[in-house]
Each structure stands twice: as structure tokens, then as C-alpha cells.
Design a protein around this ligand. Structure first.
Ligand SMILES: [Zn+2]
Length: 436
């Protein structure tokens, strides 16, 4: 018998999400030093250590949310159902201008981490301000995250100029480089809010420190028209023409790419964070995901901030994606359940350039695991676990979450954060928002 830290036994289904989409039944996962060291049938007979019986549960890789603004949980539902311009100018920006601070970001991100863990998300990508506060929340919650400060050409809560934003980004990267949980990266906001100069400088930093380059691209027709008018090119062509389209790029939204832009994304191996619910709520449009998948573009999935979603539920998000694209393409075969779950797991890992570490349940990878409870009438009878996850469940059926081999959610309860404290924080910021 060999020693292990944690043994998950009798798991009804393990959807490994490896390259062959290997599916195991009634099997075990063995964890040591934060990593998966063994996986398969009757492995429990070879190891001793803390054991959890996972009968009637489905194990999937920890879910990956590749685009959010976590602290915006404090603006959840604020000014909903208005035209984008009014929503931003009369609701979101004034509150952000007044209140965004270390404490605002820390409290908002704590709430976001609770919600994400509860919904089985173990890793996320965040772009906001005061990313040190986000990093503190992520560490407290025992999660993983790729974090970047939004860089803009105009004054914002994070910096008074793009150069200050770039400088802060570089300092932040230096502070967290090599960290196992925090992957610092570069976050120029968008092609229409950053000049070519700013974008090029941002890419220089990403290359110097070997980080991700996270940016919003082709979110609205307004953006596409603005870029065309200014540079005579579509947004993706524009990025390519100034030399900032490569495999570091994680482009959020990508709602309106042309066929030529899709080809360029595939050629340069740039990745996409598809945010269907935000695109629907803000009436931005529907991204051509089946076309991008056909072109072998890596499409991952993001919630965007809760102010435009309004939740941080990746299972809900892939359910929306899977149905939305069938509907608009009049084709029930596109974005099938397996592809939808790939978008939330291994494609997310590829989007973060961490596919050798997370995104599938394989020996040697970090033990980031989400277990879904199937013992509810609405999940039975269970013919196919992929179908059940994507079309029948939400994040609320997530029973257990393990990050880095540590149990952070058990029996549907988040162990690492205090729910009552978070409710008080939400109330505190609501009063401040309403009373100024
Ligand atoms: Zn966004």
C-alpha cells in the first residue's frame, strides 16, 4: 500500500476531458502533493489516506471561467435592461468612479470567489483594477486565477494614463511571477480604448514576462465600425497588422468576426473567451462559435462580470451556448454537450496556456476536480453524463470542489469563505451605492 493525501473512491462517472475524451465508470482518483497521481478502477486497493466516497457522483475537471470582472458582483443587477450607453454612463461608470478601491475590489471578489466555487469553478481570468486585492481574495479562497489590470488610454480607477497602467502591470507581474495560484498577465482593455502604441507596449510586456495578453475584441458592431473607420481594418486584422495577434492572445467576446478574421485567429493560434449570456443581455449579438470551432480556433467560455450576466455559473453558460448556437444556426448538431464541456475545461486551460497543468483529469496534472451530485430526480434517469451536466444541471448540483488537492467545497457548502460575512459586505456596498 502506498501513501496518498486524498482518495476519491467509487466515482460513478469520471469525464477526464483528455484528448480522447476517456470516460471511466465506478473508478477512483488518487491525489498527492496537490496532483493527481493515479486514476482508474480499484485504485483504492493500492493506496491509503483520507478517503471520500463519491458514489452517484460525476467527476469533471475544475471548471474554468476565462473572462470576468469579479469585483462587479457588487454591481449585480444595477441598472439592468437599459441601452448599453445609458447603462454604462449613468449606472456603472459613476459608481466605479466613486467607489472602486482596494476594499471594494476585495469584498466584491470575495463574493465572486464564493459563487464561483459553489458553481464548481476552480480557475478564472479577471480583468479589473486593484488586482492585488483580487489576488488576496483568490489566495484566501484557495483558487487559481490569471489576473490583469485593465489598461486604457484614458484615466480610470486603476491609473491616470496608459503608461501608468502598463507600469503597474509590470510591477504586478513581478510580484506574482512563479506563483502556483496567481498567473499575472497583461490586460489592454480593447482595440477601441487602447491606441496601437499602448497595445504594442502591452504585448512587449507579455513577451518579456511570458504571460497571457487578455483583451476584449469585436464585442459590438459599434466597436467594429469604430475600428474600421479609424484604421481601415476589422478589429482582428487591425491587431494582426500591428503585430499583437499571437498565441498569447485571449480575446473576450469575438461576436462579430468575419470569415477572414476567423482564419487569422486560427493561423495565429489566438484563443477566444465566448461570453454568450453577457452578449445576449447587452444585446451585443451572437458569436459564430460553430464556425470558429470548425476552423479549430480554441473557444473557451466566460461569464463576463455579473453586472452583465448576472451570475458566475459556467455550467449555466455552456447550457446557454449549446442551445443558442443550435437555435440561430437551425442545426441541433452544433456545439454538442461534449464540445460545450470541453469549452469549460480543457479549452479554458489552453486559453490560459496551462493545458499541461489543468483542464483534464490526468496523472501529473493539478488535482482541480469538481464533483456533481446526480441524486436528484431532475438529473434522472441518467443516460449520458455529458448531456445531464450541460442540459439538466446548473452550478447548484456541484457537491464537492477540490483545488490543488484541497477540499474547498463539500456537501454543497463552501468551506473556505464565510457566507454571513459576504452577505453583510454585499449589504454594506449596496447602501453606499444607493446613498453615495
Ligand atoms: Zn468584459
Amino acid at each position: 500500500m502506498k501513501q496518498a493525501d486524498l482518495i476519491l473512491t467509487n466515482i460513478s462517472y469520471i469525464l477526464t476531458m483528455d484528448a480522447d475524451l476517456t470516460q471511466l465508470t465506478d473508478s477512483d482518483i488518487v491525489i498527492k502533493d496537490g496532483k493527481i497521481i493515479d486514476i482508474g478502477k480499484d485504485k483504492k486497493n493500492e493506496y491509503y489516506g483520507k478517503t471520500i466516497d463519491c458514489r452517484e457522483k460525476i467527476a469533471i475537471p475544475g471548471l474554468i471561467n476565462t473572462h470576468t470582472h469579479a469585483a462587479m458582483t457588487l454591481l449585480r443587477g444595477y441598472g439592468s435592461d437599459n441601452p448599453l450607453k445609458i447603462w454604462l454612463e449613468e449606472y456603472i461608470w459613476p459608481v466605479e468612479g466613486k467607489f472602486v478601491s482596494y476594499d471594494f475590489v476585495k469584498d466584491g471578489t470575495d463574493i465572486a470567489c464564493y459563487e464561483m466555487l459553489r458553481n464548481g469553478i476552480t480557475t478564472f481570468v479577471d480583468m479589473y483594477f486593484y488586482e492585488d486585492a483580487v489576488a488576496e481574495s483568490v489566495k484566501n479562497a484557495g483558487m487559481r486565477a490569471a489576473l490583469c489590470t485593465g489598461i486604457l488610454d484614458f484615466p480610470n480607477p486603476g491609473a491616470s494614463s496608459p503608461d501608468e497602467g502598463l507600469k503597474k502591470t509590470e510591477e504586478f507581474i513581478k510580484r506574482y511571477q512563479g506563483d502556483e495560484n496567481i498567473y499575472p498577465c497583461v490586460g489592454p482593455h480593447a482595440p477601441y480604448t487602447c491606441s496601437p502604441e499602448t497595445l504594442k507596449k502591452a504585448m512587449e510586456i507579455a513577451e518579456k514576462y511570458d504571460t497571457l495578453f487578455h483583451i476584449h475584441v469585436s464585442e459590438t458592431t459599434f466597436e467594429v465600425e469604430t475600428i474600421k473607420e479609424k484604421y481601415g481594418k476589422t478589429p482582428v486584422e487591425h491587431l494582426d497588422s500591428i503585430g499583437v495577434l499571437n498565441d498569447r492572445v485571449l480575446a473576450a467576446h469575438m461576436v462579430h468576426p468575419t470569415d477572414k478574421e476567423i482564419e487569422l485567429l486560427a493561423e495565429r493560434n489566438a484563443k477566444v473567451a465566448h461570453c454568450p449570456e453577457s452578449n445576449l443581455k447587452l444585446a451585443s449579438g451572437v458569436a459564430p462559435v460553430p464556425k470558429m470551432l470548425d476552423a479549430e480556433v480554441v473557444v473557451s467560455v466566460g461569464t463576463d462580470g455579473t453586472a452583465s450576466n448576472d451570475d458566475l455559473d459556467i455550467i449555466g453558460e455552456i447550457a446557454t451556448a449549446a442551445k443558442l448556437h443550435k437555435g440561430v444556426n437551425l442545426d441541433p448538431t452544433v456545439v454538442n454537450a461534449k464540445q460545450a464541456l470541453q469549452m469549460a475545461t480543457i479549452n479554458g486551460a489552453k486559453a490560459l496556456r496551462l493545458e499541461d497543468k489543468i483542464g483534464s483529469l490526468e496523472v501529473g496534472k493539478y488535482a482541480d476536480i469538481t464533483l456533481i451530485d446526480t441524486q436528484d430526480p431532475h438529473l434522472q434517469p441518467l443516460f449520458d453524463p455529458y448531456t445531464q451536466i450541460v442540459y439538466s444541471s446548473t452550478g447548484k448540483e456541484v457537491d464537492t470542489v477540490i483545488v490543488n488537492g484541497e477540499i474547498v467545497v463539500l456537501d454543497k457548502k463552501v468551506l473556505v469563505l464565510d457566507k454571513e460575512e459576504l452577505l453583510e459586505k454585499a449589504q454594506y456596498w449596496k447602501e453606499k451605492t444607493l446613498n453615495g
